[in-house]
Design a binder for this molecule. Sequence first.
Ligand SMILES: *[C@@H]1O[C@H](CO)[C@@H](O)[C@H](O)[C@H]1NC(C)=O
Ligand SMILES: *[C@@H]1O[C@H](CO)[C@@H](O)[C@H](O)[C@H]1NC(C)=O
Ligand SMILES: *[C@@H]1O[C@H](CO)[C@@H](O)[C@H](O)[C@H]1NC(C)=O
Ligand SMILES: *[C@@H]1O[C@H](CO)[C@@H](O)[C@H](O)[C@H]1NC(C)=O
Ligand SMILES: *[C@@H]1O[C@H](CO)[C@@H](O)[C@H](O)[C@H]1NC(C)=O
Length: 320
Amino acid sequence: MAVAGSRRMIWAVEMAVIVMGLMAMASPTMQLSMKNPLQGAVQKINDLGLSVYAIIVTATSSEEAFNESGIFNPDSSVVCKGRTFLLGTIYGRKFVFVNSPDSPAINVAITMEILADKFNLLGIIYFGSAGALNDSLSIGNVAVPNLIGSTGLWTWQPINAPKEGLLKFGEFNYPEKGENWLGSVQYDRSTAYINGTFKERFWIRVTPEWQKIAEEICEVDSVQVVHGLRISSADTYVNNEAYKNFLYNTFKTSVVDKSSVAVALGAYTNELPFILFNGVSNYANGSDVKNSTLANANAVKVLNRFIQRLLLPVPASYDD
Ligand SMILES: *[C@@H]1O[C@H](CO)[C@@H](O)[C@H](O)[C@H]1NC(C)=O
Ligand SMILES: *[C@@H]1O[C@H](CO)[C@@H](O)[C@H](O)[C@H]1NC(C)=O
Ligand SMILES: *[C@@H]1O[C@H](CO)[C@@H](O)[C@H](O)[C@H]1NC(C)=O
Ligand SMILES: *[C@@H]1O[C@H](CO)[C@@H](O)[C@H](O)[C@H]1NC(C)=O
Ligand SMILES: *[C@@H]1O[C@H](CO)[C@@H](O)[C@H](O)[C@H]1NC(C)=O
């Protein structure tokens, strides 16, 4: 163990020397992120130390909406681990765009890690479609949540467990409530990397500074933007009225999706700001009314407005 450890140390020191040497050769504008000076450093030098904002989506319908909006001017692409990263500009600033596989969301987390290793990121923006749990939301609304709850972390308890979980299957028996062999489900907290250590959290908070920038967008092109709501995120796709109502009543979550929690935890791990734009595509209640095209097109409209605001030079009175 000790030998392997010291070998790794020596290797790390040698690598650091190589990296320092390369940095010394680089022009002053070729700033390297010092967060991971070794891992991926050579590749970052190849990328000429670009500082970029990343946009991540997890569906073809999202990518189509992004392309159709015409806001992004791609100029190159790089394929890594099967993911295509498009580099380009939005309003003259460098962005990297990726459509990640999801299902399960661990695929999104892997894409997040590749992004963070390969590029000098300034932050992560996710957009996509989501189901509404809150009856005051309609298809086409765009939610900009402030809290993300991972609602797929279950400890599945037996029937008559001394400590029942929040989701008691017997309460959903039809036509009458009663006992159910499926017992109950206790919802566990996420382990999130926050401020240098792992912490147990149920709610993961969206970067407040970015949320503040987004909060001033109430309507874009007659698209209603809803702020400060909570989102449930889990690998389970929800399209069931009883469970929809349970999530809304228990966790006060207004929207549900599959990718957001992976984006959030990936951003936390890499200490990057992030924000989510969840366009409502359906009602998560068993209704077959669904419009992902509209949800994504509207999410892109809000994303576009957010980027305009994000890139604005900060006025002196901003803190007022
Ligand atoms: C979106 O545009 C990029 C770059 O032009 C292209 O490679 C990609 O195939 C397009 N995606 C879709 C879903 O049309
Ligand atoms: C991390 O630490 C800073 C400084 O103590 C604090 O302001 C911030 O709220 C912490 N972040 C989280 C997510 O707990
Ligand atoms: C449901 O959405 C409405 C409208 O956006 C909002 O005012 C309300 O607070 C939401 N409910 C919850 C529990 O968040
Ligand atoms: C689902 O919710 C929508 C919006 O509240 C409602 O119009 C629709 O009738 C509901 N469908 C079902 C199957 O409950
Ligand atoms: C989705 O919404 C758009 C814009 O309102 C509309 O043109 C389109 O027909 C809708 N698609 C579906 C499948 O309802």
